[in-house]
Structure formats: C-alpha cells, structure tokens
Design a protein around this ligand. Structure first.
Ligand SMILES: [Zn+2]
Length: 169
C-alpha cells in the first residue's frame, strides 16, 4: 500500500513552509512559525479473508500498489467508522458480497511500513459476486492453487488464517 504521508511541505495550521528539526531525538517536520510538529501516524487498513470449501475469495486489484495482482479484499479505515465496519464495507465495495465477520485473524505491522493491517475472517451472508470499486475481477481460488501473493505479510496472514480451518490444510 502506498506511502502517502511523506512530502508534506506546508504547515496544516498556518501554511508556513515546514523545515526539519530534531525533536525528542527524531528528525521531524516542524513549523518554525507556529511550532507545529508533524507526527506521522500509521494508517490502518482492514483485510478480509473469506473461504468456502477449500477456496479463498480474491480480488484482482484495480489500484496501485500491486495493480493487477490478485490479493485479499482490503482497504483503508475511514475516520467515523469502526475497523469492523470498514472491513465489511470494503468487501461489499470490491466484491458485491455482504459478509459478517467471524473473528480477527491478527494485527500485522512492520517498522518499514506505515500501514498496519487488521485482518478478519468472514462468512458470506448476502449480496452477489461482482467486481466493484477498486477491483478488476473477483474470483475463487483453490487453496492449493493460489496466485502469487503481492504483499509482505500475505504468507503469514494466510498461514494464520488456515489455523482457523485446519481441515483445509
Ligand atoms: Zn505553522
């Protein structure tokens, strides 16, 4: 997922050009005019795994990063919605399916990335399969024949998720 928080050049408060300063031992963007310091927070994304009969639902990505790659349904959490609501919304937008979350698979982060993934297992309760917003295609893949997974945590996520369905291994 893209790095969108670098390249902030102007103060959000007063519009003055930002400069770098060492603050509490870290180099941060700083406004010499009003004293505002830019603290770069992580971004939270929800990821949803939906399995049926040893198959996994995947989405061919219609946006960068990994444009054109098959991936788990996912998207960023908006302010004003819960992480769980974002997970359900993203699945509906990308696949046309209505889901209910079963359980959380895990929380995944790396020091090198500003994106934190909240990963859920879900079951289908309604809707109809169709590629929607941000998706070129949606399809089911046999667990033994998954396409290459594009993101760093994907193998770990898949392994952890399969822990919920040991009879599918
Ligand atoms: Zn300022």
């Amino acid at each position: 997922m893209g790095d969108m928080q670098h390249g902030i050049k102007f103060c959000q408060h007063c519009g003055n050009r930002l400069s770098e300063a060492s603050i509490e031992g870290k180099t941060r963007q700083h406004c010499a005019e009003c004293g505002h310091v830019v603290f770069l927070d992580p971004k939270l994304a929800a990821v949803v795994l939906i399995g049926e009969e040893r198959r996994l639902l995947m989405v061919k990505r219609g946006v960068e990063p990994a444009l054109g790659a098959w991936a788990f349904p996912s998207g960023y959490v908006d302010r004003g919605e819960s992480v769980e609501q974002a997970a359900v919304r993203e699945v509906q937008e990308e696949t046309g399916l209505v889901v209910e979350l079963n359980t959380m698979v895990g929380l995944y982060s790396r020091a090198e990335s500003h994106v934190v993934l909240a990963v859920y297992d879900a079951r289908i309760t309604g809707g109809g399969l169709r590629a929607g917003y941000d998706a070129e295609e949606v399809d089911w893949f046999s667990l033994g024949k998954l396409p290459p997974l594009p993101f760093p945590h994907d193998t770990q996520i898949l392994s952890d998720w399969l822990g919920l369905y040991p009879h599918w291994r």
